[in-house]
Design a protein around this ligand. Sequence first.
Ligand code: BQF
Length: 280
Amino acid sequence: MKILDGKKLSQKIKEEVKKEVEELKKKGITPGLAVILVGNDPASHTYVSMKNKACKETGIYSVVHEFPESISEKELLSTIDMINENPNIHGLLIQLPLPKHIDTTKILERVSPNKDVDGFHPYNMGRLVEGLDTFAPCTPLGVMELFKEYNIDLKGKDVCVVGASNIVGKPMWALLVNAWATVDICHIETRDLAAHTKRADIVIVGVGKPNLITADMVKDGVIVVDIGINKVNGKIVGDVDFENVSKKASYITPVPGGVGPMTIAMLLKNTIKAAKKMLK
Ligand code: BQF
C-alpha cells in the first residue's frame, strides 16, 4: 500500500507557485485573491484562514471581505460587482455555505467567469464538461494532480465516484471522463453502493459519512481517494475505514493530509492562471 501524499505534493506545488509569482511580479503583476466570508461558521473561518496563509506563503496578495450572517443579497451582489471591477484582484471566491436567506446560485453566477478561481460559475462548469480550457473546481482538480504525480493512468479505468455535489462529484466526473475513464456516480438514492464500489479500479468518495467505505466494499489493489472530512470524538477522519481498506488498497489518501491540502494548492494555481489572463 502506498500513501497518496497530498501534503507533500501541495508543498512542492507551493514552491512552483512561489516562483511563478516572482516571475509575474517582474512583469508588474502581483496576483491578487479576494475571499468573501459570510457568518460565523467555525469550519468556514478555518478554511479561509488556511487559504489566506497559503497566499501569504507564496507571495499572492489576498484580502478577506467578512460580513455578518445578516447581510442582504443585494449588498453581497454589489460587493462582487466591485471586486469584479478591481484590476488588482484576479481571483474571487465565495466561501460556502452561505446563509439560508441568500440564493447561492444567484451569488455564484455574479462572479466574473474570468475571476472564478473556484470554478463554480455555470459558464466554467459548461466549459469543463466540454473539455475546454477553464477554471476547474479545486478539490477534483487536486485529485487529478495526485493521479498525475503518482503516474496513475486513468484511460479505460473503472472509477466509482461517491457523492454527486456540484462542487466535488459532478466536476470530478467531468475531469475523469475527459481523461477517458469509465465513470460511475453514486449518491443518496443509489440502490446498492457496494455493487458499484466493488467493481471499481478507483473509488473516490466525498459525502461526509465516517466509515461509509469498508474493506468488504472494495477489490484487492483498489486505489482509494477520500475527500470526506468528519469530526469523530474530536478527531478528523474521512469517509473511508482507513485502517482496514488500506490493507487491500494499492494507493490510498490519508485524512488529514490527502486531498485537503491539494484543494488549497489548486486554489493558488487557479489564482496564478487568473492573473496570467492580464498578460494576454
Ligand atoms: C487537510 C471544505 C467542506 C465544505 C466546505 C487541508 C483543507 C482541509 C483539510 C481545506 C474544504 C475542505 C475547504 C486539509 C478547504 C478542504 O490537511 O486534510 C486543507 O482548507 N479545505 C473549503 O474551503 O470549504 C469546504 C469542505
